[in-house]
Design a protein around this ligand. Structure first.
Ligand SMILES: NC(=O)c1ccc[n+]([C@@H]2O[C@H](COP(=O)([O-])OP(=O)(O)OC[C@H]3O[C@@H](n4cnc5c(N)ncnc54)[C@H](O)[C@@H]3O)[C@@H](O)[C@H]2O)c1
Ligand SMILES: [Zn+2]
Length: 362
């Protein structure tokens, strides 16, 4: 007998909705859609790979017209969104339609953007299928695509009517993708929950075996943290900034390698290590907390090499990042496992030393 799903509320000024979480939840999708008031004409946007693995189960669970588009970062762009519009228009989709995204963060972001803009916005439901999407990208309402000149430059805020998280879908996820998502879970531990961090540290082998109850636990805790933060701060003016922990240098590493070398989470892993090194150098974080983070990330497995990358180039890329507000870089510093602070006085020199500390060349 399936147990009742866990429910986590997200309350933003623009909408209140629920994240439902449970193994086998996909099979009860129709009920969940009906309960959330999703209009009856339903479309599902997915990728060939995800659809091949899980499409049959999806089709058995919910009556929806399938729109299959390629995923992967290089397809997260307007022409793919256009393919979704084409399919919706050809099918005469009207305002009383629901678009369900069924895939990783790329499908969620690009199809979510199609839902935000088609007929000035139709109902959206996310059914995320990667760990990263389940704990992060499906929650919070950010949707969008990349531009040739930069990542996530085109987008909108469009909150879903519901998010359905079924950890069973992760059974087919490649190990590297799984690990990439797990780094974001580490991030939640560092910014908000020492118990979560400790659970990761003590149960890492079982987590990698994707032991269901453990997996459900860490996903739930992560979703709670993200839900709480976006509820407090829908548009990233204040508390939501903590979610950027590890992302200033992480994004810089992704940018200087043209988004080809790292999975996003891997770059964030380096970014967290660099932020911890910077915090320790300032005396804001104890060396033992820094070492605990370093040890956990090391135990999680190898990261792509960085020794050939230039610290100077990384610092320049960080300075160009979106998190520079009014000429000031907002940098999230960990102060202990479970707490951060945002500072605006980080110097380029400190950033350079921090990137050298994680192995970039001077
Ligand atoms: N909107 C937000 O708030 C937010 C937050 C974080 C990240 N993001 C975005 O998310 C994207 C990354 O998402 P991602 O890491 O999920 O990558 P992704 O969507 O590219 O998925 C990674 C790979 O896993 C495959 N896949 C997906 N589900 C699978 C499954 N169940 N079994 C087997 N394979 C599966 C996909 O086909 C793809 O090849 C980035 O574009 C990033 O900008 C958005
Ligand atoms: Zn991230």
């Amino acid at each position: 007998m399936p147990t009742d799903p866990v429910r986590i509320d997200v309350t933003t000024p623009s909408r209140r909705y629920t994240i439902s979480l449970g193994d086998g939840l996909l099979d009860r999708l129709t009920r969940l859609l009906d309960e959330s008031g999703a209009p009856r004409r339903r479309f599902v946007v997915s990728s060939p790979l995800v659809w091949r693995f899980h499409g049959q189960r999806f089709a058995a669970a919910a009556d929806a017209e399938a729109i299959i588009v390629p995923d992967g970062e290089r397809f997260k762009q307007l022409p793919t969104v256009s393919r979704v519009y084409d399919a919706l228009i050809r099918a005469n989709a009207d305002r009383a339609s629901t678009l369900i995204t069924f895939g990783g963060g790329v499908i969620g972001d690009l199809a979510g953007f199609a839902a935000a803009s088609y007929l000035r916005g139709i109902a959206l439901v996310h059914v995320p299928t990667t760990l990263l999407a389940q704990v992060d990208s499906a929650i919070g309402g950010k949707v969008g695509v990349n531009h040739a000149l930069g990542k996530n430059l085109i987008g909108a805020f469009h909150q879903p009517l519901a998010v359905a998280v079924d950890p069973e879908l992760l059974s087919t996820l490649p190990r590297r993708e799984f690990r990439a998502g797990l780094y974001e879970v580490v991030k939640y531990g560092v910014i908000a929950s020492q118990p979560l961090f400790d659970r990761l540290t003590s149960s890492l082998p079982s987590i990698f075996k994707r032991e269901p109850s453990l997996l459900a636990d860490i996903i739930e805790e992560s979703c709670r943290i993200k839900a709480e933060v976006v509820s407090a701060d829908e548009r990233e003016a204040g508390p939501r900034r903590a979610l950027n922990f590890g992302h200033t240098i992480g994004h810089a590493l992704e940018a200087i390698t043209k988004y080809k070398r790292f999975r996003h989470g891997e770059a964030v892993a380096y970014g967290m290590l660099a932020a911890a090194a910077l915090a320790t150098a300032r005396g804001a974080l104890s060396t033992s907390d820094r070492d605990a983070l370093r040890e956990l990330i090391t135990r999680m497995g190898p990261l792509p090499a960085v020794a050939d990358l230039s610290a100077t180039e990384a610092v320049e890329a960080a300075a160009r990042d979106k998190k520079v507000v009014g000429g000031r870089l907002h940098f999230v510093l960990p102060t202990s496992i479970g707490a951060t602070t945002t500072v605006t006085d980080v110097t380029e020199d400190e950033l350079k030393q921090a990137t050298e500390a994680i192995g970039l060349r001077a």
